[in-house]
Design a protein around this ligand. Structure first.
Ligand SMILES: [Zn+2]
Length: 89
């Protein structure tokens, strides 16, 4: 632990880098971009053309997308609790 501040700076830089890395990954998952897939990346089911047109860059069929959205909502529980409180008013 000798010679402190330079090391601390390096560590927090590393942490910031991994956080922005994580954010970029999450955003990429939320908003798929690029080519739409003709078949679901998860289960291999064909993705209807209407869905591909409506959601450019879609990579999942409806079932898999809903499953993934559900997992996202379960994890982001803080926001949900907040909106519930305001509904209870
Ligand atoms: Zn699927």
């Amino acid at each position: 632990m000798a010679g402190g501040w330079a090391r601390d700076g390096a560590v927090s830089e590393q942490i910031e880098a991994s956080i922005s890395d994580e954010l970029a990954r999450m955003q990429a998952q939320k908003r798929p971009q690029g080519e739409s897939l003709t078949h679901c990346a998860e289960c291999g089911e064909p993705i209807p053309e209407k869905r591909r047109v409506a959601l450019p860059g879609v990579k999942l069929c409806l079932d898999c997308q809903q499953e993934r959205d559900g997992a996202f909502k379960a994890r982001g529980g803080v926001n949900r609790r907040g909106s519930k409180d305001s509904q209870l008013k």
